[in-house]
Design a binder for this molecule. Structure first.
Ligand code: G3H
Length: 258
């Protein structure tokens, strides 16, 4: 209730949640493409959602990377921990981002701000098939991977396909192939076309889309007019329990084009 009063956008939130057939949408006023503070407000909503949604006992929160998530992490505050133990882990191994926005760094920051625990997943960016299988046998990596697979909450963003491919320095060939397959969205290292179908996977370890299907708490954070196509595409097959945290600019544009 508090959050609804906060945003004052109940109607828009309900319409968007029903369009995407997901549990809930929370909308911040403004446009995150132009106003950095809007992303800070996404962070405050994530903070509030974690405070309210995480059950008593042991929680494992898997966190993705990106610029949105890095800013969101800055706004997380100490979680109530008398009855909860909160462990933060990166959702996936390195997928080619700059260090400060990698899932490892973002989950570490979120853990520090939430006064939770953190485990990093050290996986190099460039990995041969052979090295990958060897790494999977490494006890320290296996332990963290097992924790990631047990996560009961995930916080992630959604990106634009070609923008993400270029930012992660995928090859020209790969980018051409993504364009041919009409990729418009990226999340968790998966690329999606406008129907929400997976058209490419970055071969990395950690959470798979399948793991997310049955996870109790899924928070997706993405806004701005520039991400309208990406959000719409990803949301086509998003888990039903997803909460989408977005902004007014994206929400209006999505509902206009439905
Ligand atoms: O997977 C999606 C990307 O991490 C989103 O990145 O927050 O920098 O747009 P961004």
């Amino acid at each position: 209730l508090l959050m609804e009063q906060f945003t004052g956008m109940d109607q828009l939130e309900k319409q968007l949640a029903s369009l995407f057939e997901i549990e809930r949408c929370l909308i911040v006023s403004g446009n995150s493409d132009e106003q950095e503070k809007v992303i800070g407000e996404f962070g405050e909503l994530v903070d509030e959602a974690l405070q309210r949604q995480l059950p008593e006992g042991r929680n494992i929160i898997a966190v993705m990377g990106g610029t949105t998530m890095a800013e969101v992490a800055r706004h997380v505050s100490p979680l109530e921990t008398t009855k909860r133990h909160n462990l933060f882990v990166p959702a996936r191994g390195g997928i080619g981002e700059a260090v400060s926005i990698q899932a490892n760094s973002v989950s570490a920051l979120m853990a520090a701000n939430a006064h939770g625990e953190h485990r990093a997943l050290y996986v190099p960016e460039q990995l041969s098939e052979e090295a990958y299988h060897t790494l999977l046998k490494e006890p320290s990596i296996r332990t963290v991977l097992a924790m990631i697979k047990e996560a009961n909450c995930v916080v992630h963003s959604i990106g634009r396909a070609v923008h993400m491919a270029a930012r992660r320095k995928m090859s020209e060939d790969e980018i051409v192939r993504l364009k041919q397959k009409n990729a418009v969205a990226e999340s968790f290292g998966y690329f999606f076309d406008e129907h929400g179908a997976i058209v490419h996977k970055v071969p990395r370890i950690g959470l798979s889309l399948e793991d997310i299907q049955k996870m109790p708490t899924v928070l997706a954070v993405a806004g701005g007019k520039s991400k309208v196509k990406a959000i719409t595409a990803y949301m086509k097959n998003a888990p039903k329990q997803t909460w989408l945290i977005t902004d007014e600019a994206a929400a209006n544009e999505i509902l206009k084009g439905k």
